[in-house]
Design a binder for this molecule. Structure first.
Ligand SMILES: [Fe+2]
Ligand SMILES: [Fe+2]
Length: 383
């Protein structure tokens, strides 16, 4: 496996690619268009932004037959292979769902057929597909940075009353042991970024409850314990920036992963996939928590808002980073084929508002036609 290393100028850049949900099937025009649009974004983003590492944030290649799965993997990894850019992946809930057809260990083998793929060869001692990638200093003498790539599982057991899972205690023990060993080797905790699919519950701290009467057109409906309430990003009492189109889709139960980062002292930031419409970024107790939207055109999205997130590191200031979102519209243009024209001309907030007003119109009665039209504009699919 290639050893990552800061460049001679002390810089290192990472591209996060969220939720491609890439299928290998090409039997309909729409499937071919989805593949072409996702490929266009990945290839153009790599050419424009030239990262030193790419990371797929879960819900990656999803197909039921070996042939189709291999095709989906090719869409995701060949752009990196062609350019000689290393690429890593974490598993998402849909990768776990795909286990019935292609077990996770088999999925990893398909990814690892590409020489640039850094996915671990086997699971960690916890049994989960967790691994870490160190980045050497530019002189190659020390571990200057580290990435934790964690498998956040699939669904939470029923007793947790939340749809999606969390990183388990056994996984946190694995992380703590590994972190200690790295600290001892380097004389201090090695600054790190944690990457995983399902967000931690601390992301809900960026949300504030709003009156449905005032904010119905723009508010986000809560999930799990927050269900029934309407929320917006709390830009007044937190330092959160970015946009949100859905409530953080984490487990209500907090298994202490965030506290574990604080205790071990290495993690400066954590980024997540899973929430396709979100790119908010804020800090909690000095640790940045951020989303990266989605790169794939197969799941729902409101149009041209598919994007990648870049993270820029400097080995001289390894506890700081810069980050930026880069949207399909900016990178590729307005040529997307798989999205209806209506979705190309409206943005996230407008589409969310249309979705809300659809319900108001229905509630008022006599506006069924408006509702039917709006539902075509913003279609929410299951994750
Ligand atoms: Fe997803
Ligand atoms: Fe997901």
């Amino acid at each position: 496996m290639a050893q990552l290393k800061f460049n001679d100028d002390g810089r290192f850049s990472v591209m996060l690619l969220g939720d491609p949900h890439q299928h290998g099937e090409t039997d309909t025009q729409h499937k071919r268009d989805v593949m072409a649009d996702t490929s266009a974004l990945i290839n153009a983003a790599l050419d424009k932004l030239k990262p030193d590492l790419g990371i797929y944030m879960g819900d990656n290649a999803l197909s039921n037959t070996p042939e189709m799965f291999a095709k989906a993997v090719e869409v995701l990894l060949k752009p990196f292979e062609d350019r000689g850019i290393p690429v890593a992946l974490v598993f998402g809930n849909h990768d776990h769902d795909n286990e019935g057809s292609i077990p996770l260990a088999e999925q990893v083998k398909y990814y690892r057929q590409y020489s640039q793929c850094l996915f671990a060869e086997k699971p960690a001692e916890s049994g989960y597909w967790d691994y870490n990638l160190t980045v050497k200093s530019s002189d190659g003498k020390r571990d200057a940075f580290n990435f934790w790539l964690m498998d956040s599982g699939n669904h939470a057991p029923a007793e947790y009353n939340s749809n999606y899972a969390f990183v388990t205690t056994e996984q946190l023990e694995w992380y703590t042991e590994k972190c200690k060993a790295l600290s001892e080797k380097n004389g201090a905790p090695v600054p790190a970024i944690n990457l995983q699919h399902i967000p931690v519950p601390e992301e809900t701290l960026f949300m504030k409850k709003v009156s449905p009467l005032i904010k119905f057109g723009y508010g986000i409906e809560g999930l799990n314990a927050h269900k029934g309430g309407w929320y917006l990003l709390d830009r007044k009492n937190t330092d959160v920036i970015g946009e949100i189109g859905e409530f953080p889709c984490c487990c209500d139960y907090n298994n202490g992963q965030f506290d574990c980062w604080k205790k071990n002292g290495d993690v400066i930031a954590a980024f997540f996939g899973h929430d396709h419409l979100n790119d908010q970024l804020g800090t909690v107790d000095g640790i940045a928590l951020g989303q990266c939207r989605l790169v794939g055109f197969n799941p729902y999205g409101d149009g041209m808002r598919q994007a990648v997130r870049m993270i820029y590191l400097d080995e001289n200031e390894p506890r700081k980073f810069r980050t930026s979102m880069h949207f399909y519209r900016q990178i590729v243009g307005n040529s997307c084929r798989s999205i209806p024209w209506k979705l190309k001309v409206i943005n996230d907030k407008q589409s969310m508002a249309l979705n809300r007003w659809k319900y108001i119109a229905c509630a008022l009665g006599g506006a069924v036609a408006v509702g039917a039209g709006a539902s075509k504009i913003y279609k929410i699919a299951k994750k």
